[in-house]
Design a protein. Sequence first.
Length: 74
Amino acid sequence: MRKVGDHYQYSGAVHIHTTESDGTKIIEDVIAIGLDVKLDFMMFADHMTLSNRENGHEGLYDKMLVVIGYEHND
């Protein structure tokens, strides 16, 4: 987060997939990348699973918020 005039600007990544569905990296590796580039938040949306949430990966990592969602396929 950085202040721009009277406002705050947040940087993040939305709709990220991991190897729990069709991504190419495990969640720990993706979170490490987010921390390296100083993101404020990351929002994961693997297909048809909340396993990363169930495995305790949702929460704060230093000052970066990780949110785990769910992408539904018909």
